[in-house]
Design a protein. Structure first.
Length: 284
């Protein structure tokens, strides 16, 4: 009975320690011989894992990866609360009351050096001949270079004629004596920062709150001119007028002559029927 248990134990050990047939074929003949010689003396043990080794040094950083595709837009955030009201800003300049204004500076080729005033164009003062009964009653500022329509003709007997304006200085008025029979220029001026325009006769200062553009002499056609038929409007001629070079001649046409007040319905004093009246052009 004991012999049987011993034989069973030896067979079991031989089975456990024997290399599987598939692996034995790969062993060399020398290895197989050595195993048979030592099988009687070696003790078979069950294999097990070894202990973990030491941690090695950190490796080099790898190459950067390729950039990924952009992500999709996130969802809109919730609306934040209104901030506190800011301080009130400084008050801006007053706006125009209906836009700017234009006027003519008679007797000058330039506009006055007043803030907000610019020249639109300059030219020649013209109007109706003093001897004609037709034509316009006012004087106008002709541009230096006209533009004619393509349909304009050169044969029109039924026409109104324009004439240049001359200074007519008579008597003892010596201030503008050298301007006698010279023609008067003009300049059209635009005021972009003010919207009202006023010509005041018999004054050379503007009222309070108004801006003076220029002051001068009140002129018109002479009352007792021989064969006088036409009329022109009262005009404020600049106090220091210019002349148009090359046009000096006694050809008449529109005549600018000083205006004086009579004492007929006008109080004298303060008016003086011997003095030339002043004028001033104002804007606001």
């Amino acid at each position: 009975m004991k012999l049987g248990y011993l034989i069973l134990l030896l067979v079991t050990l031989e089975f456990i320690c024997t290399v599987p047939a598939a692996n034995a074929k790969s062993l060399s003949l020398e290895t197989s011989r050595n195993r048979r010689q030592s099988s009687d003396t070696q003790t078979c043990t069950t294999p097990r894992d070894g202990r973990d080794g030491l941690t090695g040094p950190q490796g080099l950083a790898g190459m950067p990866g390729t950039p990924g595709t952009p992500g999709r837009d996130g969802q809109p955030g919730t609306k934040g609360e209104n901030g506190q009201e800011g301080p009130t800003g400084a008050q801006g300049p007053s706006g125009l009351n209906g836009g700017g204004v234009t006027y003519v500076r008679w007797g000058k080729t330039r506009c006055p050096n007043v803030t907000g005033t610019e020249k639109v164009y300059d030219g020649y003062t013209a109007g109706t001949h003093y001897h004609h009964s037709g034509g316009g009653a006012n004087v106008i500022c002709l541009p230096k270079v006209p533009q004619y329509h393509a349909e304009a003709s050169t044969d029109n007997p039924g026409k109104a004629e324009l004439y240049g304006a001359e200074y007519q200085i008579w008597g003892n008025q010596q201030y503008l004596r050298e301007h006698h029979d010279h023609n008067a220029p003009c300049a059209v001026c635009e005021v972009s920062t003010r919207s009202k325009h006023l010509m005041i006769p018999a004054l050379y200062d503007c009222p309070d709150g108004w801006t003076e553009e220029y002051d001068g002499w009140l002129v018109a056609e002479r009352t007792n001119h021989e064969q006088h038929k036409g009329r022109i409007t009262y005009t404020c001629l600049d106090k220091n007028p210019d002349v148009i070079p090359g046009l000096y001649a006694d050809t008449n046409g529109v005549l600018f002559q000083h205006v004086e007040a009579t004492c007929n319905g006008i109080p004298c004093p303060p008016y003086d029927n011997r003095k030339e009246l002043s004028c001033v052009v104002c804007t606001k």
